[in-house]
Every structure is written in C-alpha cells, then in structure tokens.
Design a protein around this ligand. Structure first.
Ligand code: ADP
Length: 319
C-alpha cells in the first residue's frame, strides 16, 4: 500500500483530531503517503483532497472538532456519487480510506468497499451508539462536559430547592444520560431504552421531598423527548414548576479527555494496520480494553445496548 486517505463525516466529536493525527503518523511511519479529505464525503466527491505531512497534524491532539471539517452529503448516498468519489481517490493513487464517523458514515464506507475500494471505519460520535465497541471516540469528553453542567446546576437547584430538568444529547441512545446521571447523582434518568411513566417520576419526586430532599435533578435523553416537553407533562400531572436546561451543542466541543485521546490513537493505529494487512470493510472498536474489529455488516446487525444494571443501580442510589 503506497497511499491512504482519511476523512471525518457526520456529527463531529472530540478526539477526531487525535484519530486523524494517529492515522497520518502511523501511515508515514510505515512509509505510506496520507491524504486528508476535507468536508467528509462531499469533499471526496468534489476532490477537496490534500496530501498531509507529519507537521500537518501537529498541535491538534488536544483540540476538539475536526481539522478536516465534516459534512453531510446526500449525493454520496447515490451510486453515481460513490463512483465519483472512487475516481477522485484512484486519480491520486490512493488505495485505502479511513472513515471516522457514526453509523451513517459507516454505511458510506461499506458501499465504497463493496465497489472494491478498501475502507476501515472508526467510531467517532459523542452518542456512544455504535455496536462493536464499548466506547465511541468523544463519548467520554461529552460525559465530562455534561457532568460539569450537572454539578453547577445542582448548586443552584439546592440553593433554591428546585426541580431541574436537564436535556442531554445522544440521538436514539441513552448512554450520555445514563452515565452522566449516575456520575452526577441525578434523581431520575429518562432514556429511550427504558420506559418511564410520568407517574413514576412524580412518585419519586414526592418520596424525595417527604424524605427532606432539597432538590431534584432529572436527566432527559433527547431520544425520549425535549426537556420542555417533559416539563410540560410533569406540570400537567403534578402542578410542579421546574426549570429546564438544554445543554445542546456544548456537548460536542472541548478538548478531548485523556481517555478519548488514547482511544482515538489506539483505534486509528489499528485501522492503518488493517489496511496494511489488506483488510477492508471493517470497523475498529475497543471491547474490555482490547482493540477489536468487525465487518460493517456485523456492526449493523448487533444491537446497541445500554447496561441495564447501571440503570437499576442509579435508581437504587437516588432513593
Ligand atoms: P453519522 O455518520 O454521524 O451517523 P449521518 O447519518 O448524517 O452521520 O451520515 C453521514 C454521511 O454518510 C451522510 O451525509 C452520507 O454522505 C453518508 N451516508 C449515510 N448513509 C449512507 C448510505 N446508506 N449510503 C452511502 N452513504 C451514506
């Protein structure tokens, strides 16, 4: 393999830069040229592709976002778009591609591999919603950001003896809500994977107040409903006034944690090795601290699960 390429696609996440850096450095270490594709699959189609050197990825390991920018690209979902992309790569003598993104980005990488162009996927998303890895790149950093906000909101919630509803990201997955809720000592965690009724929540708030709790913190995953919608339903049921905090895009930014930088570096290093070994159509992940890889089909067929024992524990600890 003489030349490979790397792109970031879909939603950005902290640690993508550390992954790009590791792809570039590992490839150059093995005397392979590396090209950066800017703006995801859109840049692949339009040929926004530049050769990267060791110095191109200097001073980015600690930065959030992605130096290659990211985009969503409808044209790439078509066969014509995919063929244009492959032409751009072949024109430059590029023989492999590392795609850093979520499951939509994996679908694109799978298509290219099916057309004979070797791709490897790395899980880059804060949502932790990709199967075949215990953690996605960016999840840990997002968790720290959410936790910092919960801690701050707790201060004001206690002072005013208020109930706060905090809406967090996660798309269809409840991982951010569950982990941040457990770490932040939230009274109630509402996630898509587990049905919770407004009556359950109202009862828990009532029991807490009877026991003398000064505040209540409720974490709502965006995959269930918005924080405002939840506050409305709670008000209708209990007449309780709440304050709603929507954390929004701050969860996507910030300097990646040590965990995310190490994860990104390890997964990216393995991605380059797989291409050197002649493998294609695989997604790299980490399970029980071991670096693993699965075919894209395996990743799509495995359900993403949350750890229900963590959910039960959070309920036991917040009585
Ligand atoms: P994420 O990768 O974070 O899940 P998206 O679902 O928006 O984000 O996917 C990112 C990009 O991947 C899309 O804009 C599109 O270019 C490409 N993509 C998504 N699904 C497919 C598909 N079925 N076939 C080809 N490309 C796809």
């Amino acid at each position: 393999m003489k030349a490979i390429s790397v792109l970031t696609s879909g939603g950005d996440s902290p640690g993508m830069n550390a992954a790009i850096r590791a792809v570039v450095r590992k490839a150059i270490y093995h005397n392979i040229n590396v090209y950066g594709i800017y703006q995801g699959y859109a840049g692949l189609i339009s040929g926004n592709i530049k050769k990267l050197e060791l110095g191109s990825v200097g001073d980015i390991i600690h930065r959030g976002g992605t130096m290659l920018y990211t985009a969503r690209c409808e044209e790439f979902k078509t066969l014509e778009g995919q063929k244009k992309g492959i032409e751009q790569l072949k024109e430059r003598g590029i023989e492999g591609l590392v795609v850093i993104g979520g499951d939509g980005s994996y679908k694109g990488a799978q298509k290219l591999t099916e057309h004979g162009f070797p791709c490897i996927g790395l899980p880059g998303t804060i949502d932790n919603d990709i199967a075949g890895t215990d953690y996605t790149i960016g999840f840990n950093t997002a968790l720290h950001t959410v936790l910092d906000s919960i801690d701050k909101i707790r201060d004001t919630a206690t002072s005013h003896e208020r109930t706060f509803i905090i809406e967090v990201m996660g798309r269809h997955a409840g991982d951010i809500a569950l982990w941040a809720g457990l770490a932040g000592g939230a009274e109630t965690i509402i996630i898509p994977e587990i049905d919770t009724t407004i009556d359950d929540v109202a009862n828990r708030i009532r029991q807490g107040q009877e026991r003398g709790k000064k505040h209540t913190i409720i974490i709502v995953a965006e995959g269930v409903c918005s924080g405002m919608e939840f506050a409305k339903q709670l008000k209708e049921k209990t007449n309780l006034d709440t304050r709603v905090s929507v954390l929004g895009h701050i969860q996507r930014g910030g300097s990646p944690t040590a965990f995310d930088r190490v994860l990104a570096s390890r997964l990216a290093g393995r991605a380059v090795e797989l291409l050197i070994e002649g493998k294609a159509g695989r997604a790299v992940g980490m399970e029980k601290s071991e670096i693993v890889d699965y075919s894209f089909d395996e990743v799509f067929s495995m359900p993403h699960k949350i750890d229900e024992s963590m959910y039960r524990l959070s309920k036991e600890l917040s009585i």
